[in-house]
Design a protein around this ligand. Structure first.
Ligand code: NAG
Ligand code: NAG
Length: 545
């Protein structure tokens, strides 16, 4: 966890005239001192840092910081806010979901565990080796003396708490799985677990506490509701059931960086998919740090994963009983789902996630157009435009070049309506954008489509690769990256060519996030179309297989 210390060494400076939500301000002030302290430590260790694996250092960066307005946003975006009357979600009302079969054990979309090989080969050079220690504690107990013949007699709990992914310290959140009599009392923020033998990774009070947000980030976790699993010897010591469910409960949080589209996926939706898809809808979701607008925004996906109305864990009054449950969600690196015996026993891949998204949003295209000598079809390109930082200043010239090469070009800006934009992306064969959270939209591309990432100046290889390039390979997309030269960045208007910004960009990284945010993240680019052309030809070429 030490490396996450650098993670939020400092919040990005607020832009002029920017006004935070009151609640947000409060939260920031609460964690500020801690950040300051860490900032100091980080400053002192600057020299040392250069010797630490850069991956480790970089693991801290996150596309959420691209825009200062996105930091720890808790308020709903105006456009998607819903009236507060919708906050109270009716409990346990079965919702109609068509076409549920393609999840988990369904037959429509058979799982193909074979995908992993191809995605992992050339990764080693760019990403740190995953040194990992998984500690799974497990307890399986059968009630003695055979008095109880019901299924609840078997109590079992496994927790995955101490796993480490060196380069990605946040990628191994704590998760506990329970089998047996589980009684969820949201009012007490507690999951009572009837556990006659009392064995398990509990403290002296028979408790296990987890903040169930799927990003183990020391700066975020204090804002996540802490939920307790309480081991009790018999049902007498647990609250009585007001509602009984015959499906397992999954309790998780939507705190943190949600509403940044990258984090919506990496920290919640992909973990949720990874953790619950195998239930094929037969699972009850309970959400804490409940954000009605967020739940509404992702309703099509939540409905695809669960046949039951989501329960607002923050508001629910009654005790709900389940034959099992899970606290927290499994996750992997960003926009990546790697094989793993215990965290991914169903062998899901990002390709499965992509297919899940297409089914949930009703996106028609599973494969891109295949270009051949005989076909007259024009490949479709979507250029995602950025309006704030890292603008493509000569977008019209780049567009003209693309059209000249035969692309049918659409320029769009990612908006609040996820489904509408997903459709726009799914219609494309090639997605082109400057490095930024908008590239997350690659998840909606047809499998086999091409992603073109324009990487701004400043030695951004690690971020470009790990946030978007490697995920593209993981999704079986074709991937082309274009690194802008000194000539193609507006940084040349601000810094002389012998400044370290050009001579040794790693020096910017060594200063930590504030410097990166201020220098690298704020540049705009003007792509030299002569230099760029071969990369577009490569993209075209890859559609001709
Ligand atoms: C997942 O992959 C492992 C290793 O290849 C295999 O043993 C296991 O049966 C697979 N599980 C499923 C659910 O396909
Ligand atoms: C654009 O790139 C080409 C090919 O690399 C190069 O010859 C030319 O000088 C560049 N133009 C500018 C204005 O930098």
């Amino acid at each position: 966890m030490a490396s996450t210390a650098y993670a939020r060494g400092s919040k990005p400076p607020a832009g002029p005239g920017e006004r935070r939500q009151p609640r947000l301000a409060k939260e920031l002030s609460r964690i500020e001192p801690k950040k300051l302290g860490i900032g100091l430590v980080a400053g002192c260790c600057l020299a040392l840092l250069t010797y630490i694996s850069f991956a480790r250092l970089f693991a801290i960066y996150s596309p959420v910081f691209e825009s200062t307005s996105m930091v720890m946003k808790n308020a709903p975006p105006a456009s998607t806010a819903v009236p507060s009357t919708e906050q109270a979600v009716p409990v346990q009302k079965k919702v109609e979901v068509e076409e549920q079969k393609d999840l988990g054990g369904g037959d429509a979309e058979p799982k193909e565990p074979g995908f992993p090989q191809e995605t992992k080969i050339d990764e080693k050079a760019e990403t740190p080796a995953e040194t990992e220690s998984t500690e799974k504690e497990e307890t399986a107990v059968t009630k003695p003396d055979g008095g109880d013949k019901t299924e609840e007699a078997k109590a079992k709990m496994t927790c995955d708490e101490n796993a480490v992914d060196e380069g990605f310290p946040y990628a191994r959140p704590s998760v506990c799985e329970l089998t047996g009599d589980v009684r969820v009392s949201p009012k007490e923020k507690t999951m009572f677990f009837i556990n006659p033998a009392g064995a398990g990774p509990f403290d002296d009070n028979g408790e296990k506490k987890i903040r169930p947000y799927a990003r183990k980030d020391t700066f975020l976790l204090p804002g996540v509701v802490e939920v307790t699993i309480k081991s009790v010897a018999s049902p007498v010591s647990a609250p009585a059931c007001a509602r009984r469910h015959d499906v397992p409960a999954v309790v998780f949080s939507t705190a943190g960086y949600t509403d940044n589209f990258f984090h919506d996926n990496t920290d919640v939706m992909i973990p949720l998919f990874l953790s619950t898809a195998h239930f094929a809808g037969e699972v009850q979701l309970l959400i804490t740090n409940f954000k009605p607008w967020w739940v509404k925004k992702f309703a099509p996906l939540l409905k695809k994963l669960s046949n039951y109305e989501v329960i607002n864990f923050d508001k629910e009054e009654e005790v709900h009983c389940f034959p099992g449950g899970q606290l927290g969600l499994y996750r992997d690196r960003d926009l990546i789902i790697a094989p793993h015996a215990t965290r991914n026993p169903h062998n899901y891949t990002m390709v499965d996630y992509n297919r899940f998204l297409r089914r949930a949003f009703g996106l028609p295209r599973d494969v891109p157009a295949v270009l051949g000598e005989k076909t007259t079809v024009r490949p479709k390109m979507l250029m995602i435009e950025r309006k704030g930082t890292r603008k493509l200043l000569n977008l019209p010239a780049v567009r003209a070049l693309c059209e000249q090469l035969g692309f049918e070009v659409t320029v769009a800006e990612a908006g609040a309506d996820v489904r509408a934009f997903a459709e726009t992306v799914n219609a494309a064969d090639v997605l082109l954008a400057v490095h930024g959270a908008g590239l997350t939209n690659q998840i909606f591309l047809p499998t086999g489509a091409v992603l073109v990432q324009i990487v701004p100046w400043g030695k951004m290889d690690w971020m470009a690769t790990n946030f978007y390039g490697q995920p593209a390979r993981d999704m079986q997309l074709r991937y082309v990256e274009y690194y802008v030269s000194e000539e193609e960045t507006t940084l040349k208007d601000k810094y002389s060519r012998d400044h370290y910004v050009f001579k040794n960009p790693m020096q910017i990284h060594a200063q930590g996030w504030p410097a990166l945010a201020e220098i690298v993240m704020k540049q705009d680019v003007m792509v030299n179309v002569t230099r760029f052309k071969p990369f577009l030809l490569k993209a075209l070429d890859q559609l001709q297989d």
